[in-house]
Design a protein around this ligand. Sequence first.
Ligand SMILES: Nc1ncnc2c1ncn2[C@@H]1O[C@H](COP(=O)(O)OP(=O)(O)OP(=O)(O)O)[C@@H](O)[C@H]1O
Ligand SMILES: [Mg+2]
Length: 193
Amino acid sequence: MKILEDISYKINDKKIFNNFTLNVADKGTTAIIGSNGKGKTTLLKIILRLLKINSGKVLSPNKMSYVPDGTEIFFGGITPQIYFDYLLDLENDEIAFKKRINKLQEQIEYPMEINDQKIANLSLGQRKMVMIVSALARETDLYILDEPFSGLDQKRQLLLSKTMSELSTNKPVLFTSHDNPKLWPKNTKIVEI
Ligand SMILES: Nc1ncnc2c1ncn2[C@@H]1O[C@H](COP(=O)(O)OP(=O)(O)OP(=O)(O)O)[C@@H](O)[C@H]1O
Ligand SMILES: [Mg+2]
């Protein structure tokens, strides 16, 4: 699936991307790799249409799910439970959504005791799990995860990898990662920027 075609993007006259084209595996996982500051997070935000490009085409689907890298805190004042309930209200099929939330919580061994704490007071890994469950429970046409393994313990890294692999049998899953490629789902397509 072609997601970006010949895009160029500058920040204060500094060229971050120059005529860059991105294809992701239709079904399967694709990893974006590159050193710190190379533009991985920027690339994901371009795909999500959160940033305006200077030229080229963004061809990503309208329905996308996004797991941010966890350094920015969204909805810090509320608890994960309130956040999940709010997302539930937005869904047409509440029962199916709730089932997917429960399944994901089981798959990554989500610590249920964090559900009544403020999101701002959670650890990086705990926040990450809230974002993973909430984003992957939505049914969309492209799943995007920024550094999904960072902050998770070893066991949960492997559980997440399995979950991503399962998800990607139906829909494309795109992620960035610094971590050990051994953690990634098998047959991940690698794109170096
Ligand atoms: N809002 C901004 N204003 C100015 N420069 C920015 C802004 N956002 C990003 N940059 C610059 O763009 C470049 C790419 O940043 P980006 O966050 O995409 O890198 P990254 O590959 O995700 O890095 P990391 O591996 O550390 O997560 C960096 O040089 C960064 O300093
Ligand atoms: Mg980044």
